[in-house]
Ligand binder design. Structure first.
Ligand code: MMA
Ligand code: CA
Length: 200
C-alpha cells in the first residue's frame, strides 16, 4: 500500500501543479513539458510526468507497492479461477457463455482478444478453464477461404495445432474452432454457446 506520507506528498504536488484539477475542472492537455525537464544525465532523479521529481528509492518503493498489490489481485483472480498465465500471456474468463461473435466482442470490450493458443503451454492455460467450467470454448482461429484450411483471425498461418482425430471435418460448413475438455480442437459452427475465454 502507498504510504500515507508518500501519498500525501504526491497529492500535494499534484494539486500544486494542477490547481485546475483540485477545483474539479478538466486539466485540458497533460503537461508533457515535464519531459523536457528531464536532466541530461538523468542519474538519480525519477520523473513521472506531471509530478515533481522523486528520488530513486521513492520510485522503487512505489513500484514495489504496486507489484505487491497486483500480485494480491492476481491471487484473488486465480482463487476464483478467472485467470491463468502462460509465457506472460494472461488468459481470463468471466465464467459466462456466448457464441463466437459475442465472445470476440466481449474480449475486445475488455481490452483483450479471444483466446488463441500458439503453443502447448497456452493451449493448457485455456484448457484449465474448459475443464474447470466443463464447457467447450471457442478459439481465435477460423477457416480460411480455402475449405479445411484454418488460420489465425489476422489471416496468418497456424504454427501449432491440436486437432482431435479426423478433425477438421466440416469442409467449409464449420468455420469456427472449439476446444474439447481434453484440450483437442474441433471445427464447429460459430453459433454454439461456449465458455468466454479471452487473452490479454
Ligand atoms: C461430431 C463431429 C465433429 C462435428 C460435430 C458437429 C460430436 O462431434 O462430426 O467433427 O464438428 O459433430 O456437431
Ligand atoms: Ca468438426
Amino acid at each position: 500500500m502507498l504510504s500515507p506520507r508518500l501519498f500525501h506528498k504526491i497529492l500535494g504536488v499534484a494539486f500544486l501543479l494542477f490547481p485546475c484539477c483540485a477545483q474539479g475542472k478538466p486539466a485540458g492537455s497533460f503537461p508533457l513539458s515535464s519531459f523536457a525537464q528531464l536532466p541530461e544525465d538523468g542519474i538519480d532523479q525519477g520523473f513521472i510526468p506531471g509530478f515533481l521529481p522523486m528520488v530513486d528509492n521513492e520510485v522503487e518503493d512505489v513500484i514495489r507497492q504496486l507489484e505487491h498489490r497486483i500480485s494480491r489481485l492476481e491471487g484473488v483472480l486465480h482463487l476464483e479461477k478467472m485467470i491463468t498465465e502462460s509465457g506472460g500471456k494472461i488468459f481470463a474468463t468471466n465464467g459466462k457463455r456466448a457464441d463466437f461473435h459475442a465472445t470476440m466482442k466481449k474480449c475486445k470490450e475488455a481490452g483483450g482478444s479471444i483466446a488463441t493458443p500458439r503453443n502447448p503451454g497456452e493451449n493448457d492455460a485455456i484448457l484449465y478453464f474448459v475443464k474447470s467450467f466443463n464447457t467447450y470454448a471457442y478459439l481465435g482461429i477460423k477457416e480460411s477461404l480455402i475449405p479445411s484450411k484454418f488460420q489465425f483471425l489476422d489471416g496468418t498461418q497456424l504454427t501449432y495445432t491440436n486437432w482431435y482425430l479426423h478433425e477438421p471435418s466440416g469442409k467449409g460448413e464449420e468455420e469456427c474452432v472449439e476446444m474439447y475438455t481434453d484440450g483437442t480442437w474441433n471445427d464447429r459452427k460459430c453459433n454454439q454457446n461456449h465458455l468466454i475465454v479471452c487473452q490479454f
